[in-house]
Design a protein around this ligand. Structure first.
Ligand code: FMN
Ligand code: SF4
Ligand code: SF4
Ligand code: SF4
Ligand code: FES
Length: 602
């Protein structure tokens, strides 16, 4: 099959058009259409192939297209640029300088991704095919060595397959970092007549889109991994729990499953062995708590998505009371390549206790927002300043929240920490699913804690009291503090209550919800004190605590008075202006607009 596909693939050039979620929202679907229809009109579609791919990672510079075999990357392109790329590059082999990425520091134009700081330190294992193959074309996956891991696994015993995963040291990428091989071993040794493989594609963390990007960019790697897992643990049924808020991923995955069946990679007697495996999709309504494995299993059975006590763990009693192996999308994406290249190869990346790589979604006040994959052990400084291109608008780095609502923040002092599961926990945060929200000097840390807690309180299933009531009380206290009504006693209560909730909530959602509170209290204590004792918000974000005052640098240019929505700035031209504090709604427009630093935000 592989050789017949290769024969059909003798294109002179290939145009890879990123159709990941960010590029699509910036119009890459119409760019793709235009490339395809122009190629047809010009009768070039046999020589120049236009491929729709998943996310390239460098979302901040989207829409992106890459031209192969030249490996030239064009960023921030528009519909009008399509003809330019066809006429100049595809027909005349000329690079189009103005569409190349410009290094913001050196102003140098860079044409190849391998020379861009954003890509230099990355190592793509889970994302190996994203942005390279057409996710909706099974031939593309097969040409990228797809389904050879399944073939290889089926020639081994299940015990041997489990042993490779154990030796690789792969740890679950869904948050807790449990060793995947160990989990598979427990399921393998369970001699129940029916077992299930579940892929957790719920991905509810705010700011996280790594699982979605894998499903949209390389769905067959998940199908293949689930089949390998099924063989290893002795399961014939796989289920993907995917949130219905990901319609594109659902569509792409459903097609991948259908195509895999048609090609004999799923179904009966796979690769002429007596191994049978089938996959079904289950749709989640988009509740964060449904990502927790016991809630997820209940939800798949049509029950309320509420967590239940563990043990029994899903590997003992899960879906339909049968042993169930639940793995995260990114965890599974690593499986085929580990089977193919071996445990030692995988262990050659990362750290002793956290081998391999980790995908992070960089968001917040960072220049290069997007999706990155780095070896475990890469430092935060490398991620933020080299790959991420530093903080937006030349502002100062203040903190980075890792692990989403379950995690905590790291500060300047942690920048040289090599990131892995254990180091993050030791620093008071956690890996979580890999969301990384970067904050600058303008972020107010009690407000950050309030933001995360607001999310978890909203998403709590309400089953147990510490989470339902305790987290709500925490949120009320944080609201008081950011409204300027907090007291020093509130700070003690925040800490005490957080520790009680962590100890007593039933599931991971409630147990980790106070983490952002504890972490910001520990690392930004002075900022909390400033709010409750001095009634000031040092970063100038809490409206109730700030006041705009015009100082004597004012030259009376009148700009602020003209833009103030409340008309509460008065003064004659060339004279110092004044703000009527009673009428001011603290929108900050005047502060942002004044070019003479004549407005103080106290
Ligand atoms: C509130 C909560 C939400 C979770 N959401 C997800 C999720 O969206 N995706 C995921 O893979 N794991 C999620 N988990 C972790 C799962 O319970 C489970 O540990 C994981 O899917 C196991 O896969 P892994 O071993 O491959 O990481 C969540 C846990 C909690 C407590
Ligand atoms: S901790 Fe929260 S989300 Fe978990 S069971 Fe209790 S109420 Fe539900
Ligand atoms: S914009 Fe600044 S300088 Fe101009 S009037 Fe307002 S405060 Fe004065
Ligand atoms: S903060 Fe907004 S409302 Fe207040 S004076 Fe400035 S522009 Fe007017
Ligand atoms: S969506 Fe295009 S680079 Fe991420």
């Amino acid at each position: 099959m592989r050789s017949s596909i290769t024969k059909e693939r003798n294109y002179k050039k290939q145009v890879l058009v990123c159709c990941g979620v960010n590029c699509l929202t910036s119009g890459n679907d119409i760019i793709l259409d235009k490339f395809q229809s122009r190629m047809k009109e010009m009768r070039l579609d046999n020589e120049i192939n236009v491929t729709k791919t998943g996310c390239f990672g460098f979302c901040a510079r989207g829409p992106i297209v890459e031209i192969l075999p030249d490996k030239i990357f064009y960023t921030e392109i528009t519909l009008d640029d399509v003809d330019k790329i066809i006429d100049k590059h595809l027909l005349k082999n000329q690079e189009i300088e103005e569409l190349l990425y410009t290094n913001p520091l050196t102003k140098e134009k860079i044409s190849k991704p391998k020379n861009m700081d954003f890509y230099k330190k990355q190592k793509k294992i889970a994302l190996r095919n994203c942005g390279i193959i057409d996710p909706e074309n099974i031939d593309d996956y097969v040409l990228a060595d797809g389904y050879t891991a399944l073939d290889k696994a089926l020639k081994m015993t299940p015990e041997e397959v489990v042993e490779i995963i154990k030796k690789s040291g792969l740890r679950g990428r869904g948050g807790a970092g449990f060793p995947t091989g160990k989990k598979w071993e427990i399921a393998l040794h369970n001699k129940a007549p029916k077992k299930y493989v579940v892929c957790n594609a719920d991905e509810g963390d705010p700011g996280a889109f790594m699982d979605r990007s894998i499903l949209e960019g390389d769905p067959h790697s998940i199908v293949e991994a689930m089949a390998v897992c099924g063989y290893a643990i002795g399961a014939e049924y796989g289920l993907v729990y995917i949130r219905a808020e990901y319609p594109n991923a659902m569509k792409i995955l459903a097609k991948a499953i259908k195509d895999a069946k048609n090609h004999g990679f799923l179904g009966k007697n796979i690769y002429n062995t007596n191994f049978n495996f089938d996959i079904q999709l289950k749709y989640g309504a988009g509740a964060f708590v449904c990502g927790e494995e016991t809630a997820l299993i209940r939800s798949m059975q049509g029950k309320r998505g509420e967590p239940v006590n563990k043990p029994p763990f899903p590997a003992e009693r899960g879906y339909k009371n049968s042993p169930t192996n639940v793995n995260n999308v990114e965890t599974l994406a690593n499986i085929p390549v580990i089977i193919k290249k071996g445990a030692e190869w995988f262990r050659s990346f990362g750290t002793e206790n956290s081998p391999g790589t980790k995908v992070f979604a960089l968001a917040g006040k960072i220049n290069n927002t997007g999706l990155i994959e780095v070896p475990m052990g890469t430092t935060l400084r490398e991620i933020i300043y080299e790959i991420g291109g530093g903080i937006k608008n030349g502002k100062k780095f203040k903190a980075v929240q890792t692990g989403g609502p379950s995690g905590g923040c790291l500060t300047m002092d942690d920048l040289d920490t090599p990131i892995d599961f254990d180091n993050l926990v030791a620093k008071g945060s956690m890996m979580g699913s890999g969301g990384m929200i970067i904050m600058d000097e303008d972020n107010c840390m009690p407000a950050v804690a309030k933001f995360y807690l607001d999310f978890t309180v909203d998403e709590s299933c309400g089953k147990c009291t510490p989470c339902r009531i305790g987290n709500k009380r925490l949120l009320e206290i944080l609201k008081r503090i950011t409204d300027g009504e907090g007291t020093e006693d509130d700070l003690d209560t925040l800490k005490e209550l957080s520790l009680i909730i962590k100890d007593s909530a039933l599931c991971g959602l409630g147990q980790t919800a106070p983490n952002p509170v504890l972490s910001t209290l520990e690392k930004f204590w002075d900022e909390y004190v400033a709010h409750v004792r001095d009634k000031k918000c040092p970063s100038g974000q809490c409206k109730a605590l700030i006041k705009y005052v015009i100082n004597n640098k004012c030259i009376g240019c009148t700009l602020c008075a003209r833009i103030c929505p409340e008309s509460c700035i008065t003064g004659s031209p060339k004279q110092r202006h004044y703000i009527d504090a009673e009428k001011c709604i603290k929108c900050g427009s005047c502060y942002e607009a004044c070019k003479f630093h004549a407005i103080n935000r106290d």
